[in-house]
Design a protein around this ligand. Structure first.
Ligand SMILES: CC(C)(COP(=O)(O)OP(=O)(O)OC[C@H]1O[C@@H](n2cnc3c(N)ncnc32)[C@H](O)[C@@H]1OP(=O)(O)O)[C@@H](O)C(=O)NCCC(=O)NCCS
Length: 331
């Protein structure tokens, strides 16, 4: 007996493409201040957000995910039938089951690719990339589509002064595939369920259904700020160490777009050199959770601020609390 055959994958994995889908409705701070007692100056100074995007007529988690997934496939130059897996990260798809990924795998025209959703909030895209890298290197899939998509506007109480101005909608997608040279460093990830209550919902589905209320997102902003500026700054350093790189080796830093002041705290901790391009897409797009890292990457590449082949440090963090990061070569 020869024993059980083991799967054999590619020596390395890399990002083959990135894409995003930006919803049509622009909500600036002036409009936001018609819902909450605030000011453009306060919101910009405390967060860096000037405006955010919410879904417009006919736009949903599904339409945004499909659009970004299609563009990612086109840009990677691969056919949907070559995908071995579709991973969708979202906390705002309205169906607990079946998964959005299974529907998208069909709509995109895959050949029955494996498909599943993950719930890792604002860390979700980086969680998905980590899984994609493992799938490609193990041989479980040759190409993997990773999508981060959110419609947070539906779960945000627009009259809640502590959250309304932060959250937004959007989608980002990447194709991960085999490579002869390494294009993705080791993931550094984890969770702190001791802070489960730091970002949660005002009701679980059972209370929401019984009481006919929307389970809005609620947040202890100060607790999240402290965790992100301290613990996550250090975790980000570990991502760089795990890749065997120093700050001088980096070209681009793409942190989850939660708050410019959190990004500033990370930069002080990491001591990144001047030449490193830092994503600040929160200014136009707010915090769209699982979509924020891929959308920022797409925007930087499209605007020419970042270039294909450059080395980028990614870090996602959010409700759970959970986090994940890796160094990648930009597609
Ligand atoms: C939400 C956040 C911007 C609030 O900023 P903050 O500086 O912590 O604000 P505080 O709640 O301490 O309030 C400070 C002051 O601003 C006021 N304030 C609070 N919300 C306000 C608003 N929307 N507009 C105007 N003023 C506001 C408060 O009343 C308080 O006033 P006071 O000093 O006179 O009492 C900040 O905590 C944050 O960004 N946290 C992280 C959130 C995050 O990134 N979440 C997602 C993670 S994935």
């Amino acid at each position: 007996m020869s024993g059980i055959a083991a799967s054999q994958g590619a020596p390395f994995a890399r990002l083959l493409s990135i894409a995003s889908s930006v919803p049509s409705r622009v909500v600036d701070n002036a409009e936001m201040c018609t819902y909450i007692d605030s000011s453009d100056e306060w919101i910009q100074q405390r967060t860096g957000i000037a405006e955010r995007r919410w879904v417009g007529e006919g736009e949903t988690v599904e339409t945004m995910a499909l659009a970004s997934g299609r563009t990612a496939l086109e840009r990677a130059g691969i056919d949907a039938s070559e995908l071995g897996a579709v991973i969708v990260s979202t906390v705002t798809y309205f169906h607990q089951t079946p998964s959005l990924a299974a529907k998208l795998a069909f709509q995109l025209g895959t050949d029955g690719a494996a498909a599943f959703d993950i719930s890792a909030a604002c860390a979700g895209f980086c969680y998905g990339l980590a899984q994609a890298e493992s799938l490609v290197r193990s041989g479980a899939a040759t190409y993997v589509l990773v999508i981060g998509v959110e419609e947070l506007s539906r779960f945000t109480d627009i009259h809640d002064r502590s959250t309304a101005f932060l959250f937004s909608d959007g989608a980002g997608a990447a194709v991960v595939g085999p490579s002869e040279v390494n294009g993705m460093g080791p993931v550094v990830w984890g969770s702190d369920g001791g802070q489960y209550q730091a970002i949660t919902q005002t009701a679980g589905w059972s209370e929401a259904l019984a009481d006919h209320v929307t389970p809005y997102i609620q947040m202890d902003g100060r607790a999240v700020f402290k965790w992100a500026s301290g613990f996550i700054s250090e975790a980000t350093k570990q991502v760089l160490d795990a890749a065997g790189l120093t700050p001088e080796d980096l070209d681009v830093f793409i942190p989850h777009q939660a708050n410019n002041r959190i990004t500033d705290a990370m930069l002080r901790h990491l001591k990144l050199p001047e030449h490193v391009v830092v994503a600040r897409t929160i200014k136009q797009f707010g915090n769209n959770s699982a979509a924020s890292v891929p959308m920022a990457m797409d925007q930087l590449l499209t605007s020419g601020e970042a270039k294909s082949g450059q080395t980028a440090l990614l870090i996602g963090f959010g409700a759970g609390l959970v986090y994940a990061g890796q160094v990648v070569t930009l597609p």
